[in-house]
Design a protein around this ligand. Sequence first.
Ligand SMILES: Cc1cc2nc3c(=O)[nH]c(=O)nc-3n(C[C@H](O)[C@H](O)[C@H](O)COP(=O)(O)OP(=O)(O)OC[C@H]3O[C@@H](n4cnc5c(N)ncnc54)[C@H](O)[C@@H]3O)c2cc1C
Length: 285
Amino acid sequence: MGDFRFFRPTALEELLDFKAREGSKARILDGGSNVLVYIKEGSIPGGTLVDVKFLETIKGIQVRDGRVEIGAGELIANIMESPLIEKQVPFLRDVLQKFANPLVRNMATLAGNIADSSPIGDTIPPLMVLRAEVVVASTKGTRAIPLEEFFTGPGKNVLKPEEVILKVHFPIPKQGSGGHIKLGLRRGTSCSVASVAVWVVAVKNKVEDIRIALGGVAPTPIRAPKTESAFKGQSLEPDRIAELSERVMEEISPISDVRGSAEYRRQVSARLLAKAVRQALGMEE
Ligand SMILES: Cc1cc2nc3c(=O)[nH]c(=O)nc-3n(C[C@H](O)[C@H](O)[C@H](O)COP(=O)(O)OP(=O)(O)OC[C@H]3O[C@@H](n4cnc5c(N)ncnc54)[C@H](O)[C@@H]3O)c2cc1C
């Protein structure tokens, strides 16, 4: 195991000053459900673990200027159980019920899931279809990054060494409904093999707008803009949904790994998409 120091800032300014000085040598530790595994594996060489678990400025769930704002340090369990989320975006609550298990949901944070930047991070496709932005800060100021521009590769993103995630926000959905399917290798605690989230605005089953995001089928979570275009203006009967969903196979570049082959992921993605669209339209049980 590498040589580690520990630092617990008591205010955001202290955290940002420390990050400005230490950069990537200062590794943020939130719930630790990823970081502690990486330390044990030896994939983090050493440095300072910066514990932000008690930093109130990166917590809280609220509505401001027509947007839902979720603090970076909010636990998955708290987001799921938030009355505000239940009222404004029950879709997100339903999706998070598929995240790991209660034990992990009580450790894992939203920022940890996003900053870890895994292609199978479960919060990412649903937040992408909600048009989420990641608000990050450094001593130089803050910036908002659309979630779909945040990831650059497996475990990689556009965060600068001196930046930290403050919160995630997205507009309160005024119309439409969501669908989400996560395929794991078993029913209980299980990482995604692939997952699909959709947000559909339809009038009498005719699509006015659709956003589609997928996890586990490319080096990063992705939107599927060509498939979205194919769906727009179409009347959605179950056969037509299945046919249009096949287009997504052209937009993904899955890999083979222990959880499934590339070809399996390609085929299954079209099925998952069709199911998610049907779910959003209330056609699924
Ligand atoms: C048994 C088990 C089951 C799991 N199941 C799932 C699952 O079903 N779905 C899923 O998506 N994931 C799953 N995970 C992965 C993990 O739980 C999540 O990615 C979790 O959200 C990480 O949050 P954390 O607070 O524990 O992050 P940490 O481990 O504390 O941090 C993760 C990364 O984020 C960085 N970071 C944290 N906060 C910030 C911040 N504010 N600003 C900048 N960088 C920050 C850290 O430096 C680190 O690089 C599982 C993990 C385990 C151990």
